[in-house]
Design a protein around this ligand. Structure first.
Ligand code: NAD
Length: 689
């Protein structure tokens, strides 16, 4: 591919669409998604961002709405379209046919009008084997070739056929222009092997695998097998099951086929996407039981109206022309489906997770996500800066934060709750030297560069989050960011992950950072910059009265420019075995780094024992905070210069991390230089009682 093409994926939040996006991005395409979420959730897109390590523009738009559809074409230079959006349940289509005709056909008409208006000529369309109807009505049409006469037997199939005809008519009107690939899918099953995306049916699943998964996880009692008296090897009907990852790859093959066509040579052609191998219901049942490792209860009931004995594809045309064929078998699909089902028993709909828009518009990459939302210990996180926006203990907030994203985007910042990086704390004069090269960062704090400089991690929208509920009372939210070489003035392309883990039962929030760099080595030091106020629940906007104890008095001595002198001194602050230091209205003032380990050289500290570094209590509110970390240093700041909507001493921060200005200190340098092929890692825990 010469230039990176942009593909508009309609219905991209859905089952097949989301899997196709993974393949598109792997094949170097950019994707834009339009979906009205009538049968899906934005969480699939948030997960795709983490899985594919890229931002995926998303439009919450109904294809039938001309105006917002036109906006998508205006705002993006679309090269081609893959059109998944549509209602797809055969049974439902017989109950509400008008809705099916309206949604599927009008949606396609609007899409085609926009394509015509904005000169987008290539479209891959999700059709279905349903258009063939009962191919067994012919004596010799199993396996089913594309030439098999069509004859859908339900409104859903009729809408697919009608769209195929619309495409053919449009092509016939301008044969030099239009390039249409009509893909007739057989039975998609399975899930992405990562276990992060899969089929998430709302209500009772229509398809065999999601249904069996719900029986296996105890959500449904037993599987109904509709008839075992067909004339097949075991009496149950035969279908052509195709792994959804294979199916997704079929779309790339079709798109490349269209891309390769010469200008002026249009096409409108159908291809079956199937394996060519039929499996009976009992064979799939067996494969699924093997994947689960136990027998799933089932009952044979009577035949279902409209079911036919055998629907197997003849996939030769796709093999010859698109150079595509299936590679994964039913057993693999069952295994992948089971991984998805066990790791996400409620699909994307997690109880105890709430998402709100943090902007006045519906901006999906700027949401506030609350984990543990049904409990009294909960955390709210945001894409901007992978920020900890709020933390509630016993139902009351104990941190400083804003209730909308705009609050964080003011010219001055105090980094409230933000992920600080690439380099937390000061770099003297914003200068460092690495691998023979000299670097000068923007000065943003006296004569120094602080917290990575302006526009650093705190001001960037992270990808994701990937939110999961791995066990009762545990919620995780993972954000990621790619900070390209020199994007924030630092060398090397850095990929970082910020992993929040909330434990409702132990009232603790763990934050884990990881980083990997490519191209060049980089200095790195990440932390979280939450300001705590344990008085907040008493309605007090000050930290006055908070009792503080720390692990050590040993602190980094700094000169008048807050640059380390190289000496470790003792500061007047209470350690755990002493009477706590009480924070008054104005004093004591702390903006100092303390060291629990003076000579750490570890770039990944995660395997170290978590060490308690600060304990803060408020005797009035009776809330106690403990800060633990695997890091060798922690910075205590009493918020004396708080700004950006907050008052001085409204909150205090404890920021575990590497040593201040370590990149310029010979004895500490190694702890902050991340080389390609190494992993940076650190952990912080906020624990409450
Ligand atoms: P899905 O329901 O998971 O995905 C379809 C997506 O389209 C959903 O995210 C839904 O919210 C969206 N959508 C529906 N109407 C829309 C509209 N008017 N505007 C914007 N978005 C809209 O279904 P899927 O299984 O991923 O199927 C994708 C396509 O493949 C569908 O067209 C379906 O008919 C076709 N297909 C599916 C199967 C199958 O068994 N899954 C088989 C053959 C064909």
């Amino acid at each position: 591919m010469t230039k990176q093409q942009t593909v508009l994926v309609t219905g991209g939040a859905g089952y097949i669409g989301s899997h196709t996006i993974v393949e598109l991005i792997e094949n170097g395409y950019n994707c834009v998604i339009v979906d009205n979420l009538c049968n899906s959730s934005y969480e699939s897109v948030a997960r795709l961002e983490v899985l594919c390590k890229t931002h995926i523009p998303f439009y919450h738009v109904d294809l039938c709405d001309r105006e917002p559809m036109e906006r998508i074409f205006k705002e993006n230079k679309i090269d081609s379209v893959i059109h998944f959006a549509g209602l797809k349940a055969v049974g439902e289509s017989t109950e509400i046919p008008l809705k099916y005709y309206h949604n599927n056909i009008l949606g396609t008409l609007v899409l085609l009008e926009m394509m015509q208006r904005y000169d987008v000529e290539k479209l891959v369309f999700s059709s279905s084997a349903t258009v063939y109807g009962d191919a067994t009505r012919f004596p010799d049409m199993i396996p089913i070739p594309e030439e098999c006469p069509v004859g859908p037997t339900n409104p859903y199939g009729q809408t697919k056929l009608a769209i195929e005809k619309i495409l053919a008519d449009l092509y016939n009107s301008e044969k030099e222009t239009w390039k249409f690939a009509i893909l007739r899918y057989f039975n998609p099953i399975g899930a992405h092997p990562s276990g992060l995306i899969g089929e998430d049916p709302l209500g009772i699943p229509n398809n065999l695998l999601p249904y069996m998964a719900q029986v296996a996880t105890g959500r449904r009692e037993k599987l109904n097998v509709f008839g075992n008296d067909y004339d097949t090897r075991d009496g149950t009907p035969i279908r052509d099951y195709i792994h959804v990852v294979d199916l997704a790859k079929g779309h790339i093959a079709a798109l490349k086929y269209l891309d390769a066509r010469q200008t002026g040579k249009g096409i409108c052609r159908e291809w079956n996407l199937g394996s060519g191998k039929g499996s009976t219901v009992f064979e799939v049942y067996r494969a699924f039981c093997d994947a689960v490792g136990e027998e799933i209860p089932y009952v044979v009931t009577g035949r279902r109206a409209g079911d036919v004995i055998n629907l197997t594809a003849k996939p030769d045309r796709a093999k010859q022309e698109l150079k595509w064929q299936t590679e994964l078998d039913v057993a693999t699909a069952c295994k992948d489906n089971w991984k998805w089902a066990t790791e996400n028993p409620f699909g994307y709909q997690l109880k105890g997770v709430k998402a709100d828009f943090s902007t006045h518009e519906e901006q999906y990459d700027a949401r506030f996500i609350t984990i543990g939302a049904d409990s009294k210990f909960q955390a709210t996180v945001a894409n901007l800066g992978a920020t900890l926006v709020d933390l509630k203990v016993d139902g009351e907030s104990v941190v400083l934060g804003h209730n909308c994203e705009a609050g964080y985007l003011t010219p001055d910042t105090c980094y409230a709750g933000a992920t600080v990086g690439r380099y937390a704390n000061r770099i003297a004069h914003g200068k460092f030297q690495l691998d023979g090269e000299k670097y000068q960062l923007t000065i943003n704090n006296g004569v120094n560069c602080n917290h990575g400089g302006p526009g650093s991690f705190h001001a960037k929208r992270f990808l994701g989050p990937l939110v999961q509920n791995p066990s009762k009372g545990i919620f995780t939210a993972e954000f990621m960011l790619i900070d390209e070489d020199k994007e924030t003035e630092f060398p090397g392309s850095l990929e970082v992950h910020v992993f929040y883990k909330l434990n409702v039962l132990t009232k603790s929030l763990e934050i884990e950072y990881t980083g990997k760099v490519s191209g060049k080595a980089t200095p790195i030091n990440m932390t979280n910059h939450t300001y705590f106020n344990l008085n907040k629940l008493l309605g007090k906007g000050t930290i006055e009265g908070t009792e503080l104890q720390v692990a050590t008095k040993k602190s980094v001595e700094v000169d008048k420019d807050t640059i380390p002198t190289g000496k470790i001194i003792e500061r007047d602050i209470a350690t755990f075995d002493e009477k706590p230091t009480v924070l008054g209205e104005k004093t004591p003032e702390y903006d100092y780094s303390f060291v629990t380990e003076e000579h750490s050289k570890d770039i990944d500290t995660r395997s170290k024992k978590l060490q308690l570094v600060t304990k803060a209590t408020n005797p009035e509110s009776k809330v106690t905070l403990e800060v633990l970390t695997t890091e060798p240093s922690f910075h205590v700041y009493t918020g004396d210069w708080l700004c950006a909507g907050f008052a001085p001493r409204e909150g205090f921060a404890v920021e575990p991390g590497r040593y201040v200005d370590a990149i310029n200190q010979p004895s500490w340098k190694d702890s902050v230089i991340l080389k390609p092929n190494e992993t940076y890692g650190s952990k912080i825990v906020y624990r409450f009682s």
